[in-house]
Each structure stands twice: as structure tokens, then as C-alpha cells.
Design a protein around this ligand. Structure first.
Ligand SMILES: [Zn+2]
Length: 315
């Protein structure tokens, strides 16, 4: 009985041991499997993270490269702007010297500053073609004509004209943003006038990187009693102003081309330096322009674009 009991407990023990062993084996196997499974998942997560990281690094490298290229482009652009500014400075220093010597009677020459007001206009390109043909520089007193000021349809065409004026070496000058006269107009207050000048100045600078330094009062500097008080404010902004001593006459009633031509060529007597007022919208002015250029050339005038240090630019 005792023997039987001993055998029974021995086999139970074996059974239990076997079960435990199997259980341990299963447990270990399961643990190993789930560890492997976990490792696999972790590995794939790590790989994914690695890929994301690599992509981010590539993106960062590309952005860095783009930034460097942009910086290089900006530096090159600034260099060329500075070069242009240097050339302009040299040119205007020479122009100033020439003008002084002419006015002092040291040089037997005369200077004509051709000026065109109130543009751009669609016809401006034809005027620029004539100036190109004769290789004559001029000055354009332009307004702020863009979508913002009611020229949405003309914006693209006018944009190209502003650029052409600047790139052709003409002087682009400020003639206020709107040129509006009357009660609500540019002369309604000193602040209103100054804000119009600033608005146009910022428009030209922001769009074209071109700094205007010369302005012309709409109607001329005797148009409003407020002008003497406006001038110091303009000086603070770095502006000088230019009137004219010859008008071709195209600002009033329409006249034939020969009248505009004669108005210029017959009024140069005793004038060593002339500033000619014209507008680049009139077909008759366009027709008269070659005769005006040729006639002035025959009278001994050389053509220059206006510059701030010129005797004709007042402060
Ligand atoms: Zn005007």
C-alpha cells in the first residue's frame, strides 16, 4: 500500500515536473517569440524613423543649398546694384562738372534736359523708341499707375514701361501718386502732398528697387501757396524739385506737331541749360520729337538725364 502510494506520488511528481517543464518551455518559447516579434516591430519602427530622419536631413540639406543659392543671388544682385550706383555716381559727377563749366562759360556747349510728365502711357513706348533711335537720355516724371490706383487693366503694360525707363538709363522722377488737383487733391494739405510723394516713392522702390531723388510739383512750383511749406518736408525726404524753362505746349489744347516743335526751338535763345516740358501721350508731340532733338542738336545742345546735383534741381 505504502509502495503503491509511493509509486503514485512519484508518478504524480513526474507528471507535475513534465507539465512544469512543458509550461516553462512553452512560456520561454512564447516569451522568445513575442520578444522576437517585438524586436521585429521595434526594428521596423527604427527603420521607419531612420528613413524619416534621412528624408528630413535631405530636405534640410536641399533647403540649406537653396538658401545659400539665394544668398549668393542676393549678394550678386546687390553687387550689380552697387556697381550701377557707382557708374551713375561717376556719370552724374561728370555731368555736374560739365554743367558747371558750361554755366561758367568755360565750355562752348549747352545742355537740354528733355522731360516727360504724367505717364506712363500706352504711347510711352513710342517715345522711348525715338529716344533710343537718337541715343538721347531724358527724364520721366511719372505717377503711381498700377492696379492699386485704378489702372488694373494697364498694370502689366505700364509695369514694362517703368522698367524700360529705368533700364534705358533715363531718370525716373516722382510726380506724386495721383496728380489730383482741386479741393480733394494733392495740394489740399501739406501732409496730403507729402504722403502722395512718399506713396509713389515707395511704389517705385518696392517694385523696381529704384530710388527717386527728384520730383516735380503737378502744375509747377507756383501752383499752390502751400508749396514753400512743402519744400522743407521734401528736402527731409531727400528730394529736390525741378520746374521747366521751356514748354512745348502739349499740356493744353491740342496743337499741330510743328507748333510744339517751334515752341521749343524758338525759345532757347540765351539759355545755356534748358528743361523742356513735354508729355508722352500726345501723338503730335511724338511727331515733333525727332525735329526737337535734331533742332536742339544743331543749336549745340547735348542731352542729359536730370540728376539731383544739377543747377536745375532746386532744394
Ligand atoms: Zn503733371
Amino acid at each position: 500500500m505504502e509502495e503503491k502510494t509511493g509509486r503514485t506520488s512519484g508518478s504524480a511528481f513526474l507528471k507535475a515536473s513534465l507539465i512544469i517543464t512543458v509550461f516553462i518551455l512553452v512560456f520561454c518559447g512564447y516569451t522568445a517569440f513575442s520578444c522576437w516579434q517585438n524586436n521585429k516591430e521595434i526594428l521596423s519602427e527604427v527603420q521607419q524613423a531612420k528613413m524619416i530622419c534621412e528624408e528630413a536631413m535631405e530636405e534640410r540639406d536641399a533647403k540649406e543649398l537653396e538658401l545659400k543659392q539665394r544668398e549668393k543671388y542676393r549678394d550678386e544682385l546687390l553687387d550689380s546694384i552697387n556697381e550701377i550706383e557707382d557708374v551713375k555716381k561717376e556719370f552724374f559727377a561728370l555731368a555736374k562738372e560739365t554743367e558747371d563749366r558750361i554755366l561758367n562759360g568755360e565750355l562752348d556747349l549747352k545742355i537740354a534736359y528733355l522731360t516727360f510728365d504724367d505717364g506712363p502711357y500706352h504711347r510711352s513706348n513710342q517715345f522711348l523708341d525715338v529716344l533710343d533711335e537718337y541715343d538721347v537720355p531724358a527724364t520721366f516724371f511719372y505717377l503711381m499707375k498700377c492696379s492699386e490706383t485704378g489702372y488694373a487693366e494697364e498694370d502689366a503694360a505700364y509695369d514694362a514701361i517703368y522698367r524700360r525707363v529705368i533700364n534705358s538709363g533715363h531718370t525716373l522722377a516722382n510726380h506724386t501718386a495721383t496728380h489730383k488737383l482741386g479741393k480733394e487733391g494733392v495740394y489740399s494739405s501739406i501732409d496730403r502732398f507729402v504722403s502722395e510723394v512718399i506713396r509713389n516713392r515707395e511704389f517705385i522702390y518696392d517694385r523696381y528697387g529704384y530710388k527717386t531723388e527728384i520730383m516735380r510739383f503737378p502744375g509747377g512750383s507756383d501752383t499752390s501757396s502751400k508749396i514753400p511749406d512743402i519744400i522743407p518736408r521734401l528736402n527731409e525726404l531727400g528730394y529736390g524739385y525741378v520746374d521747366w524753362n521751356i514748354a512745348c505746349g502739349d499740356g493744353g489744347q491740342l496743337q499741330p506737331a510743328n507748333v510744339y516743335r517751334d515752341n521749343v526751338l524758338n525759345n532757347t535763345k540765351d539759355k545755356k541749360v534748358i528743361v523742356v516740358l513735354m508729355h508722352d501721350y500726345s501723338l503730335n508731340t511724338l511727331e515733333a520729337l525727332p525735329d526737337i532733338i535734331e533742332g536742339l542738336d544743331k543749336q549745340g545742345y547735348i542731352f542729359l538725364p536730370l540728376f539731383p546735383a544739377s543747377s536745375m534741381c532746386r532744394h
